[in-house]
Design a protein around this ligand. Structure first.
Ligand SMILES: Cc1ncc(COP(=O)(O)O)c(C=O)c1O
Length: 452
């Protein structure tokens, strides 16, 4: 793949930037030496070592759009906890609600009064009447797959090639040379996933219909626009035609809006008139506290309750002890009432467009075969001359070494972006000056790479 950048030159720049990082982050280096022997990979979660830095960056505080590290260095943050902090780090409304609730109980296996308000707010905002809570979007997706299979009595599910919906084993099935296969990287999975999971390319209606037409597929689990293999937008008319197929073959549509909630206050589906039967929201829905929710249409809820009523008593396999805890409900209420406002989105969408326009200008100026894909408050530069139309195309344009070099160059100059591929997200506190800083450092990084 030709990215327009020589890989050897990128490697040399990476080495220089890694040296600079080590030199300027002595305190993080000391903490890394301590964590090294006690956490697997030296970090509380192994993904934390997937950033571009030669050793982890340790955070002192994160507020609004800023992160300060333990060496006293400041960063403007376009990663935003990869969406968990989409409404800014530690939003005062959430911090206040948490402090108040924390003094009055954390978890009880009983709802607080906030449950009434949160249920109403979710229904009004997303147009689905019935909701349940979970602790993570991964859990919510798993629970909905289980509901969908139970309701329909069908075992098969369908996903789009290259998808990611969290740690949901069922969906780790890829098309390899057109043949479905369990994803090689999935550790410890011993069941043949392809027995119950079908996979087709995004934007391929013919393949979708072929996979659904035997009437065996319980649900399609999808992001309305793919965001985890590089961003892939739906082509015009794709979702309208796909929904016709779902209705024709009795397949339920589960929309995972965990990332696409960046599209607008009611998510991508509300904005684009897609009727999901079930919907998942995770990450930012409680302002950064580990919480997720999933919603159902009235028809699906009726079938779900009838299915449960007909099942023998005992564990359902759906839910965890701390789901719906008092802190989560308080944080969700504050987020829904005070943070996810039209005004916040108006600001974020305009600023993300400003960033995307700026990146496009630089790409054109520097004559690189790259493009920028937009999704509301987020955008992504991709090493592809045109926006990819499916997961295979997007995956083929990833270049981790090049991404890491750019990311580390930015980080060394006070700008953080998402460690996985090249996504950028803005929050209500991001200012135009922050965007200008990103754009100028980004241009400098890419110019240096070209000249190197
Ligand atoms: C679309 C989507 N769904 C679900 C998840 C899982 O979220 P979590 O890791 O919070 O469970 C992710 C995580 O990145 C995601 O991108």
């Amino acid at each position: 793949m030709d990215t327009g950048i020589c890989p050897d030159k990128a490697a040399a720049l990476y080495a220089a930037e890694a040296e600079r990082y080590r030199h300027t982050h002595p305190q993080s280096g000391r903490l890394a030496a301590r964590t090294h022997g006690h956490w697997l990979y030296g970090v509380p979660l192994h993904w934390m070592q997937d950033w571009s830095m030669p050793h982890p960056l340790f955070v002192e505080r994160a507020q609004g759009v800023h992160i300060r590290d333990v060496d006293g260095l400041d960063y403007v943050d376009f990663c935003l906890g990869d969406t968990g902090a989409m409404f800014g780090h530690s939003p005062p409304a959430v911090a206040h609600a948490l402090a108040q609730q924390a003094a009055q109980g954390l978890t009880t296996m009983l709802p607080s009064a906030d449950a009434a308000a949160v249920g109403e707010l979710l229904s009004q905002r997303f147009g689905l009447p019935y909701w349940q809570s979970a602790l993570s979007a991964s859990d919510a997706n798993r629970f909905l797959i289980r509901w969908a299979r139970a309701i329909t009595g069908r075992s098969q599910i369908l996903v789009f090639n290259g998808c990611y919906h969290g740690t949901v084993d069922d969906v780790f099935v890829d098309l390899v040379d057109g043949v479905p296969q369990s994803r090689d990287s999935l550790l410890g999975q011993v069941y043949p996933l392809t027995a119950h999971t079908r996979v087709v390319e995004f934007n391929d209606l013919a393949a979708l219909e072929a996979a659904l037409q035997d009437g065996q597929v319980a649900c399609v689990l999808a992001e309305p626009a793919m965001t985890n293999i590089g961003m892939v937008l739906p082509e015009d008319g794709f979702w309208a035609a796909a929904q016709d197929l779902f209705r024709r073959y009795g397949t339920l549509l589960i929309m995972d809006e965990t990332h696409t909630i960046s599209s607008g206050p009611g998510g991508y589906c509300r904005r684009h008139g897609i009727d999901a039967d079930m919907l998942v929201l995770g990450k930012p829905v409680a302002g950064g506290l580990p919480t997720a929710v999933y919603g159902m249409s009235a028809a699906v809820a009726e079938r779900a309750m009838a299915t449960k009523a007909a099942a023998p008593p005992g564990h359902s396999g759906i839910g965890t002890t701390l789901s719906g805890n008092l802190l989560s409900l308080a944080a969700m209420r504050a987020t829904l009432e005070q943070l996810m406002s039209d005004a916040a989105y108006e600001h974020m969408l305009a600023l993300a467009d400003y960033v995307a326009d700026g990146l496009e200008r630089h790409i054109a100026d520097l004559q690189l075969p790259w493009c920028v894909t937009r999704l509301g408050a987020r955008c992504e530069f991709q090493f592809s001359p045109t926006p990819p139309v499916n997961g295979s195309e997007a995956g083929a344009r990833l270049d981790d070494a090049l991404s890491h070099t750019i990311h580390l160059y930015l980080l060394n100059r006070g700008v953080l972006i998402t460690p996985f591929h090249n996504m950028l997200l803005v929050c209500p506190q991001t200012q135009q000056t922050d965007a200008d800083r990103l754009l100028s450092v980004w241009r400098e990084a890419v110019q240096t790479l070209k000249a190197a």
